[in-house]
Design a protein around this ligand. Structure first.
Ligand code: NDP
Ligand code: 8X3
Length: 252
């Protein structure tokens, strides 16, 4: 029997790379995101290439009811989730607080904090019933350091950092591992989303240095799941070699 791994935000970037990496390592996958067509395409491609089963769930993690219903709708055998990768998330806007758009703030808070909580709340009882499991939260260097104009996005990732610690305390009695992987700059659709679809501006973020690739992060996420039962990575910061801190990138 393959292990079952649920990855949120699998339609793009880090989540999609994780889907590929876990499929290559023979995990059956529950893949989520809002873009149904991308989920279908990924499911077809992975099942064609690897000896794995893929189940897709298209829903918006900001919507509590829809999230609960989607996860409750899983057929019984799919509820044996061994690994949950809480990856879905976004930055929206890059402004000072005084110039910030409240719509941006709500998107980030509802997705990065509340969405992560809704999914975790729905999945954790399955892990507790089995007496094992592993939750991997995708945090960020933005959850370790605040940078100019990062304010609300940073606050949501600081919340992920705190929630990771809180989950570990609550779940230790159930033998469930909780890990945070906190990357620096990764070239994905992240900056296109942050700049509201402005691809040129997004491209500029990654010019002059080698950012992380989504695959680099996926490799580390997968590695965290391969340690023996008695060992856990609590927290891992993964940076591009050219990035010394949230705000210091050596560009040439
Ligand atoms: P992408 O924009 O490429 O991917 C984001 C994923 O999240 C998509 O699959 C998207 O799916 C999903 N998502 C966003 N909002 C929702 C929602 N409301 N409901 C369901 N799914 C949603 O960005 P990344 O791969 O870079 O980001 C993944 C995670 O990594 C995020 O949590 C981000 O904060 C974090 N991160 C990113 C870094 C970077 O530099 N790129 C660095 C550190 C952390 P869909 O649109 O189909 O719903
Ligand atoms: C994404 C990395 O530094 O752009 O979390 O906020 S950063």
């Amino acid at each position: 029997m393959n292990k079952i791994t649920l990855i949120t935000g699998a339609t793009s970037g880090i989540g999609k790379a994780c889907a590929l990496h876990f499929a290559q390592n023979r995990h059956d996958l529950i893949l989520t995101g809002r873009r149904t067509e991308r989920l279908q395409e990924l499911m077809t491609a992975l099942q064609k290439e690897y000896p794995v089963r893929v189940h897709t769930l298209a829903f918006d993690i900001r919507d509590r009811r829809t999230t609960e219903t989607a996860i409750a709708s899983l057929p019984a055998q799919w509820k044996n989730i061994e690994i949950l990768v809480n990856n879905a998330g976004l930055a929206s806007g890059l402004n000072t607080v005084q110039d910030g758009l409240t719509d941006d703030w709500e998107k980030m808070i509802d997705t990065n904090i509340k969405g992560l909580l809704y999914v975790s709340r729905a999945v954790l009882p399955f892990m507790i019933a089995r007496g094992k499991g592993h939750v991997i939260n995708i945090g960020s260097i933005a959850g370790k350091e605040v940078y100019p104009n990062g304010n609300v996005y940073c606050a949501t990732k600081f919340a992920v950092d705190a929630l990771t610690k809180g989950m570990r305390i609550d779940l230790v009695q159930h033998g469930i591992k909780v890990t945070q992987i906190a990357p620096g700059a990764v070239e994905t659709e992240f900056s296109v989303v942050r700049f509201h679809g402005d691809k040129q501006r997004a491209k500029g973020v990654y010019q002059g240095f080698q950012p992380l690739r989504a695959e680099d992060v996926a490799e580390v996420v997968y590695y965290a799941t391969t340690l023996p039962r008695h060992a856990n990575i609590n927290d891992l910061v993964l940076m591009p070699t050219s990035q010394a801190s949230a705000a210091i990138v050596h560009k040439v």
